[in-house]
Design a protein around this ligand. Structure first.
Ligand SMILES: Cc1cc2nc3c(=O)[nH]c(=O)nc-3n(C[C@H](O)[C@H](O)[C@H](O)COP(=O)(O)O)c2cc1C
Length: 179
């Protein structure tokens, strides 16, 4: 059984809606999911995790400062203890090309600093939408493709936790395609 917190900061609710969809996608038995607003997310949550998804709105082309402070101050006591945990990112932005992919990369950089393993997703969820660096939405997720991208991130995280933590290779996303 894998343990998966979905942690998000959201000032006006858009990243929260993404987080709910990510958590929905990750919610696959036998995994246990915790959906945590940043203010309630503690070092205990990240120590508990096997894999985690972290979401932030894009502020000035990068991660919102409350989220950066959380890594710098709130969970710093877990630094050196998160090596090998699996992480992924998502972000809401105010307008198309407003920097949300950079925010995902900011979050991935923080995960790498903590020794975590991260992943991209090659799949398209529609003609115009993929999540190579994590799903990004202009404001709240709207339409099937946005929602599918968020759910797929959670689903893929749950699959990697099954494969890499639980050793269940039948859950590999490319199972059946491997030589
Ligand atoms: C201080 C601040 C800076 C922002 N900077 C950007 C930005 O650089 N690019 C962008 O596309 N949107 C920017 N936005 C807009 C937010 O990313 C956008 O409204 C987002 O959907 C908010 O998510 P939330 O509802 O989860 O707080 C900014 C918003 C704030 C408050």
């Amino acid at each position: 059984m894998g343990r998966i917190p979905v942690v998000y900061y959201s000032k006006s609710g858009n990243t929260r809606r993404m987080a709910e969809l990510v958590a929905e996608g990750a919610n696959q038995p036998p995994h246990e999911i915790r959906l945590r607003e940043l203010a309630d997310a503690t070092a205990e949550d990240v120590l508990w995790a096997d894999g985690m998804a972290i979401g932030s709105p894009t502020w000035m082309g990068g991660v919102a400062w409350p989220m950066k402070r959380w890594w710098d101050e709130t969970i710093v006591k877990a630094w050196g203890k998160l090596d090998g945990k699996i992480g992924c990112a998502f972000s809401s932005e105010g307008g198309m090309s407003g920097g949300a992919e950079l925010t995902c990369l900011n979050l991935v950089t923080l995960m790498l600093n903590y020794g975590m393993l991260t992943f991209g997703v090659t799949d398209y969820v529609g003609k115009r939408t993929t999540l190579h660096y994590g799903p990004t939405c202009v404001r709240e997720p709207s339409g099937d493709e946005d929602c599918a991208a968020c759910r797929l991130l959670g689903q893929r995280l749950a699959q990697w936790v099954s494969v890499l933590v639980d050793g269940d290779h039948s859950r590999h996303p490319r199972q059946g395609e491997r030589p």
